[in-house]
Design a protein around this ligand. Structure first.
Ligand code: ATP
Ligand code: MG
Ligand code: MG
Length: 584
């Protein structure tokens, strides 16, 4: 099925397919993938995209956008999308994050094993190739080892107003550069002593072309390559090579990389010229990153929230991480809907958080079974129960599992002599227009009987501890007498004798400011982002499995917490309300 919104990337791909730009592609023989991609064989995939996270944290809602974009374009155009771990930075990367990322992509519903081939790659598997490519660039006079200090290098790079200054090391011979580069590789120099730089143009108006660094010294263990290397490629050098080695056709990234595109092309064209890569080469395309109001989408800042204890972990249901959103109750389908609707453009901006909840409601409304729940309970006693119904008796009640889908059947529960109702459904002295319980008022207990409120009991502070009412005979929902009495309103309830007691976690936005991340994170937090209550739930929720989602009538959507929920100690999370509660 085609995404509803068209976008510029689809136009680019359609143009390339029509022109046959990538029709004659052959495999380069990707290191670490020799079994599937024999060098020189035609590539059957019409296009190749990739999702290339750095495994230095858990994925967030912004990544969901990139995942959706890359995987859905590949799917739509007969292509393949690679899951590639961009693990070129030894210090911050961990296996825990590699596993977490793979699980998140999988949860979103995407597979990287199209046609029985595992398209899961690690940039670190290409270190050997990257190193050889660097030596080739040195040999061709296109790269040099610079021994300036980092400060000198920064100063000599210049800025937008003035061109840079050549390094005194810029004009060494290829032999000398090669010898020095090998010393770097062999561990002869400490971190920061020198770097390998491309030799392009210190006067370029694009500062990214002023001899960017290609390799740095870092005496650090790598999660995949161990202590094999003490030099590591820069992201800007590694990424184009990764794309080319994997036969990527359309390399999609966010707008921050727009100024890097000339270097991307410079590098790949030079390496093709040196016979190390084959035409046609991948091309980079940029789109605006997703910014969601009241949310930070930066792994660094999310890590800070975890480390500073502002949340319970990466999977705290208030976190915009995919593990957090999942635990909160958001569905993969809702996230996909949200991504599709938010579109793909070149213009940045902030998307209102409410769009995520709208997508969630659109997804869950037809799916979620209904149930009654009382989140702020007070007891309602039906004082004439024994006379009207009979001592020790209960009355069977039922309600549709889903009001628009009768085929899903009925849920059953019973009405007894006392029920839990919402505290806000009784007021001793109500304002005008109050349609719930107040002395003398006649209301319906939903799916049950009509009752007339007769009074209440309060404690010394005036807090209502119990409400009393009389049941009006022959008014049960679904019976001929149901409409014989005029009622002011309908209220939800749960029988005290058969209610399921549960812990309900009421979540709200983690941040109080619409564009967090500009100031101090701790000061921008919403102090009321989590409230835990003891609630009473309809007995049909007994036995709900973790991750099961429901609509609690009048309250919103809830999910059984995937970590803490147990049959004998139920825990539900509020996903979102029935309507948008937040005015902008
Ligand atoms: P962070 O700053 O959170 O670490 P990143 O861009 O450094 O994000 P990567 O792991 O390198 O994280 O990202 C993998 C892919 O996800 C990249 O292609 C990146 O462009 C994309 N991506 C990251 N954040 C967003 C976002 N907010 N919107 C769209 N795409 C994003
Ligand atoms: Mg990154
Ligand atoms: Mg980053």
């Amino acid at each position: 099925s085609k995404p509803s919104a068209s976008n510029f990337l689809r136009s680019v791909i359609e143009r390339d397919l029509e022109a046959g730009t990538y029709a004659s592609r052959r495999f380069a023989g990707t290191p670490g993938d020799a079994a599937h991609q024999a060098a020189g064989q035609p590539d059957p995939a019409k296009i190749r995209t990739r999702f290339p996270p750095e495994p230095n944290g858990y994925l967030h809602i912004g990544h969901a956008k990139s995942i959706w974009l890359n995987f859905s374009l590949a799917q739509e155009y007969g292509g393949v999308c690679h899951l590639r771990f961009d693990d070129t930075n030894p210090e911050k990367e961990e296996q825990e994050y590699v596993d977490g990322i793979a699980e998140a992509v999988h949860w979103l519903g995407w597979r990287w094993d199209a046609g029985g081939v595992e398209h899961r790659y690690y940039a670190s598997n290409y270190f050997e190739f990257m190193y050889r490519a660097a030596e080739a660039l040195i040999g061709a006079g296109l790269a040099y080892v610079d021994e300036q200090t980092p400060e000198q290098m920064r100063a000599n790079r210049g800025d937008f107003s003035k061109p840079g200054t050549d390094s005194p090391f810029r004009h060494r011979s290829a032999e000398e550069n090669l010898a020095r580069f090998r010393e770097m590789r062999d561990g002869k120099h400490p971190d920061g002593a020198m770097v390998l730089r491309a030799k392009i143009d210190m006067a370029s108006p694009n500062i990214n072309l002023r001899d960017p660094a290609l390799y740095r010294i870092k005496h650090a263990e790598h999660h995949n390559t161990g202590s094999t290397w003490c030099i590591y490629p820069m992201y800007t050098y590694a990424h184009p090579i990764e794309d080319a080695l994997e036969n990527i056709t359309h390399s999609i990234c966010t707008l921050e990389f727009e100024d890097q595109r000339p270097f991307y092309d410079w590098l790949l064209e030079r390496l093709a010229g040196l016979g190390l890569l084959a035409q046609p080469l991948p091309k980079q395309y940029e789109f605006a990153r997703l910014n969601l109001t009241y949310v930070v989408t930066s792994k660094r800042k999310l890590r800070q929230l975890v480390e500073d204890g502002h949340v319970t972990g990466w999977d705290d249901p208030r976190m915009p991480t995919l593990v957090g959103l999942r635990r909160r109750g958001y569905t993969p389908e809702a996230l996909k809907l949200f991504c599709e609707r938010s579109g793909v453009s070149k213009a940045g901006g902030w998307i209102d958080y409410s769009n995520l909840d709208i997508a969630l409601r659109d997804d869950l409304d037809p799916k979620a079974a209904r149930a009654m729940a009382v989140l702020d309970p007070v007891k309602l006693v039906l004082t004439n129960w024994d006379e009207v119904i009979g001592s020790g008796q209960t009355v069977a009640c039922d309600a549709p599992v889903h009001p628009a889908q009768p085929e899903r059947g009925r849920r059953t529960f019973t009405l007894g002599p006392s029920v839990w109702i919402e505290r806000e459904d009784f007021m001793a002295t109500p304002p005008k227009g109050y349609h719930r319980l107040t002395p003398g008022a006649v209301v319906r207990l939903k799916y049950g009987y009509v009752v007339r409120c007769t009074g209440h009991t309060a404690d010394a502070d005036g807090n209502v501890t119990e409400v009393q009412a009389e049941l009006i005979p022959d008014t049960k929902s679904g019976t001929p007498g149901a409409d014989s009495v005029k009622t002011k309103g309908v209220i939800s309830w749960v029988g005290t004798h058969d209610a399921l007691q549960a812990e309900v976690r009421l979540y709200d936005r983690l941040f109080a400011v619409p564009q967090p991340g500009e100031g101090t994170l701790a000061d921008e937090l919403n102090p009321n982002s989590k409230r835990v209550v003891t609630a009473y739930l309809e007995p049909s929720l007994r036995g709900a499995s973790p991750d099961a989602r429901f609509q609690f009538e009048r309250h919103g959507y809830f999910v059984a917490d995937r970590v803490d929920h147990r049959d004998d100690a139920p825990v539900f999370n509020k996903i979102t309300g029935l309507k948008e509660a937040w005015a902008k």
